[in-house]
Design a protein around this ligand. Sequence first.
Ligand code: DHE
Length: 518
Amino acid sequence: MKLISLVVRVALFLPAFSVLADEADTSALYQAQCAACHGESRLGGLGPALLPGNLSRLSQEAAADVIRDGRLASQMQGFGEALSDNDIASLVEWIYRPPVSPPSWGEEAILASQVVPFPDGSLPDEPLFDADPLNLFIVVETGDHHASLLDGDSFERIHRFETRYALHGGPKYTPDGRYVFFGSRDGWITKYDLYNLEVVAEVRAGINMRNIAVSADGRYVMAANYLPHSLVLFDAHNLDLMHVYPVADEAGNGSRVSAVYAAPPRGSFIAALKDIEEVWEIPWPLPTEPVVSTGHMSTPLTPQRSHDTPNFRVRRIAVPDYLDDFFFDLDYRHVIGASRGGQGGMVVDLDSGEKVADLPLAGMPHLGSGIAWEYEGRRVMAIPHLSRAEVSIIDMQDWSVIKALETDGPGFFMRSHAESPYAWVDVFFGPNRDRVHVIDKASLEIVETLIPEPGKTAAHVEFDRYGKKLLLSLWEDDGAVIVYDGDTLEELQRIPMSKPSGKYNVWNKTRYEEGTSH
Ligand code: DHE
């Protein structure tokens, strides 16, 4: 009898035991191979959150391909050699399963995360150094998660400091150039005082954040999140929470936010939404808007904060496609957006809300890296492509493609300066990733191809405030930024850096210089 009972029990429980064993194995596999980038609880980090909501637009077959082969234009490398097909299949099955407790990041979590070591106004107003405060560069070093502050005249390093893990998107300055805001992929916003070389405030806006934007008056910071589906508005002074905008269409379908941008002439933020066919415009609140000015950590919500004031309104602009990755014309009348699938894009008039042109661009145009200049009396924009060895040059009057300039491989970043005759584009992918092309803005031809260090990725340029010298990254863990003369193209100096990704000049960013990102 006892034996029968035991057999029945074993028969009944064996499957459950083996599921548990599999689950434990898969969880261990995940912790060993994936957690460093995607977070121990799958909440995201350098890589996106691996939760069913975030993966809803990706088939499980496609997810298996990504794990095996990696993903273009991202840090995701292929694991085909390290993992068996069975391992990959169980990982896929596991990441599409809802976590035991659903992740959330609402107002309370945001408020509780806020830290303000130096409340606004508590530090001296004079810089601790002699360099021109408007010609400083911030260099983000993603190799060891640091940033360097460079003097833009002497190129001496004034300071190097630790950042949050995996910064992404350009840091944004206040209009006077004193403060810089960094955004990390796992949701942290850091406000850093460049005069006093101190972190003055921090807050975590979401679990998986894309980027931040700062209003041109320096009063507001907006964060764009993949997870949760939200835009989050902060008072820039101490990063006090002002408002959380849940992002969904009118039927309630939620959407990840691809990115948010400041549109100074419009006095608004513009958001690109990944999963709904809308562009959102959010006017900056009026200065009279009551703001929670806490100045410290964990201050509870105060009753004067009102979420329903007309000041936090959203203008929804319906568009005929899912639009990602934006570029704007000079007066921010038009937004140029890439279709989410990467096959072309369109131009939308932000005043009328109407589509005014299609952009027939195959090859994943990278609009966020676009730059513009005057060419033969017309304004043109130029963009690289993430999957095609080409730079497209587009007439911004009639939106026709006037030139497809062949390059040595797909590029990621483009740069110039109003005072420079040249536009620079890197070759970011493929065997020629050590090359950088220099394009003559008057002839639209490549006039020079530089290979600063054979075999090492060279990418991302930023000019000084005068457009005379520029910095180029050797995008390696033991990399460097290289200083070039912008006219003679001569190398002047190398400054060792740990995978320096972006460089950001205070003057160019705060003046919305036409040759750089904003
Ligand atoms: Fe970025 C900016 C989107 C992958 C480095 N990247 C941006 C911006 C967007 C964007 C929308 C503009 C926001 C801003 O500056 O405020 N990036 C995307 C993607 O959708 C993509 C292709 C996939 C992803 O995983 O997010 C992607 N980006 C990367 C990388 O793999 C890069 C090379 C390395 C990294 O650190 O993640 C990378 N992205 C950057 C950098 C900027 C950026 C350095 C700022 C450029 C600038 O000069 O302003």
